[in-house]
Design a protein around this ligand. Sequence first.
Ligand code: NAD
Ligand code: GLY
Length: 370
Amino acid sequence: MPLPAPSAPPERVDIQLGERSYPILIGAGLLGEPSSFAAAPDAASALIVSNTTVAPLYAKALHAALAGRFRTVHLLELPDGEAHKNLQTLNLIFDALLGHGSDRKTVLFALGGGVMGDMTGFAAASYMRGVPFVQVPTTLLAQVDSSVGGKTAINHPLGKNMIGAFYQPQLVVCDLGTLQTLPPREMSAGLAEVIKYGPIHDMAFFDWIEANIDALVARDPAALAYAVRRSCEIKALVVGQDERETGLRAILNFGHTFGHAIESGLGYGEWLHGEAVGCGMVMAAHLSQRLGGVDTAFVERLTRLIERAGLPTVGPALGADRYLELMRVDKKSEAGEIRFVVIDKPGSAAVSSAPDALVREVLAQCCSAG
Ligand code: NAD
Ligand code: GLY
């Protein structure tokens, strides 16, 4: 499918991290434009890391955009899917880099969704102890969340994103035109991470999402442009204050403690990450209500919005014991105590532990009977 003409000029959000600062460019048609990559580092060679779904759609355009900047541009096509976000697939990136004789200036370009971005970023963090990388996210979820902020990782059979590094890209190029080829289920998954920013930080944005959810589901370009920009602005604000998640950044994991349990409990790839986060936010909202941060009207409002985004709001019947066991593996856990991101008032979030009995009540209320 041809990419739409570039929107001039692209919108720009900056991640302010001192010498690790970088721009996020947002606009339609950016991926095929050499000027979109002016801020990419200079080097002799580049490797585009993509997958068997995204590469046939967009690798040619990206390759053409990069051909004037790098003497050699190689393409690696990995198998597609969360189930491949593992050590074996990561090793294919190292095989390609070593096979091409790539030096430590080689620039990696992650072309695809969050799986490509997280794995390519981790490969960049560790190949020759660190080579530069650029994120070219092509899913809504990756454009509003995973490509920004430098969390890179692969999954381990015992826990999601358990092996990884904080490693910032040097540039993020969000081509909104790529969202037009996303399957509807993936659009909904991305909307979960957009919705997340409302309850944790910005209720005016939440009101806007509520008013525009149908336009977002229908991929209205103007609505998508605003949703991506505002999400990136909020993420930039949070990451700029707490790059390595010593405190504040944890709020970006609203819904993720329950969500990660759903993902690993069902087997990676069964539910999409965004679907698990959407349902996890419903559970976390119920827990917040029980802890006194929000009222039932707020929980209902959030649940309704998640439903309208096309996301599941009832959790799978894994059993409360299994949920608790899985949630103890979460990275926020301390000394075996599960720590949840809860809403302490609409538009503000905090990390809190909760009595198992309360969590069991929430699971009983929010999961299917099995
Ligand atoms: P994904 O990368 O699996 O992409 C979803 C699907 O859409 C894939 O099949 C992909 O090939 C396909 N696809 C991608 N772009 C397309 C396009 N433009 N047109 C058609 N198909 C396209 O999933 P995702 O939702 O983008 O990312 C989820 C991953 O991101 C999870 O592994 C999650 O843990 C991670 N994540 C990381 C962070 C972070 O901060 N690093 C944040 C949130 C999520
Ligand atoms: N997606 C959560 C974070 O970047 O911290």
